[in-house]
Design a protein around this ligand. Structure first.
Ligand SMILES: NC(=O)c1ccc[n+]([C@@H]2O[C@H](COP(=O)([O-])OP(=O)(O)OC[C@H]3O[C@@H](n4cnc5c(N)ncnc54)[C@H](OP(=O)(O)O)[C@@H]3O)[C@@H](O)[C@H]2O)c1
Length: 260
């Protein structure tokens, strides 16, 4: 390998190796989080892939990142379990030296009219989607290094108000409020906090339990006349996570092809 030289022709002194930025992606085993793992790994991040139970998919996400030349490790952690989430962050610090970006993509959905929703289901859903977000961003607020970014997930349904989405949208409204307050609480830390609010996106969460007619109807709704893809959303996340996106702070980014 040629010895690097400075512009004046003298031998350049060896540059200290620059540590890669480190990202934690909850929900990294499937869907939007899975695609975000690959996208951030391609950008040079070392990635910790969080998952709930799908170990094979999480390991596959790690393999994809490593095959692309990146570094990654999978860690099982229920996002609502503060001890498991603290251990997830500990792993990032022990394996890769710190945390720069937290993408909290883990989430669940349950659809039912408000009049019919089983309240035990409501509590369970909110445990993952509200408590889980609180637990993850609490650790992120304590540990993300200056220059870093925190990205949570809401949904465009908070604005679209589709019938049947009451429990889910209520939880995501809480995520939006929490994220915007977090951005302000991080004053002086040089860390951003934003929520991405996708519209209908082709993942298990959206597709499971819907018939073809419903999927086609929702796909036709945005002016761009298709469903979002995990890649569409991963691009937005990668921008918010990167230094180039750092001036975007305390925002809800509705990434939905223009659906209203
Ligand atoms: N798809 C859409 O149309 C859409 C639209 C708007 C917003 N969103 C939001 O975008 C985010 C990603 O959704 P997605 O569509 O990619 O979902 P998905 O394909 O169903 O994947 C969900 C991911 O979350 C993980 N997860 C679920 N519960 C968890 C828990 N308690 N602890 C830790 N991990 C947990 C799953 O892990 P396992 O694989 O281990 O189960 C999986 O990796 C969610 O917050 C969702 O609400 C999605």
């Amino acid at each position: 390998m040629p010895i690097p030289t400075a512009l004046d022709g003298t031998a350049a002194s060896a540059q200290p190796s620059v540590s890669p930025r480190v990202a934690i992606v909850t929900g990294g085993s499937r869907g939007i989080g899975r695609r975000t793992v690959g996208r951030l790994a391609a950008d040079g991040y070392a990635v910790v892939v969080g998952y709930a139970g799908n170990r094979d998919e999480a390991e596959a996400a790690v393999k994809e990142a490593v095959a692309g030349g990146g570094r990654a490790v999978a860690v099982r952690a229920d996002v609502a379990d503060e001890h498991a989430v603290a251990a997830l962050f500990d792993t990032a610090e022990a394996e890769f030296g710190g945390v720069d970006v937290v993408v909290h993509a883990a989430g669940r959905m349950h659809l039912a009219p408000i009049a019919e929703l089983d309240l035990a289901v409501l509590d369970d859903l909110h445990r993952t989607n509200i408590r889980g977000t609180f637990v993850v961003v609490q650790q992120a607020a304590r540990r993300v290094r200056p220059g870093g970014a925190i990205v949570t997930f809401s949904t465009s349904v908070v604005g679209l108000a589709f019938p049947g989405y009451g429990a889910y949208a209520a939880g995501k409204g809480a995520v939006e409020a929490l994220t915007l307050i977090l951005a302000r609480e991080l004053r002086g830390r040089d860390v951003t906090a934003n929520a991405v609010a996708p519209g209908p996106t082709a993942t298990d969460l959206f597709l499971d339990g819907k018939d073809e007619e419903t999927i086609a109807r929702l796909a036709a709704q945005p002016p761009l006349e298709r469903l979002g893809t995990p890649a569409d959303i991963a691009e937005v996340v990668a921008f918010l996570a990167a230094p180039a996106g750092h001036w975007i702070n305390g925002q809800v980014v509705r990434a939905n092809g223009g659906i209203i």
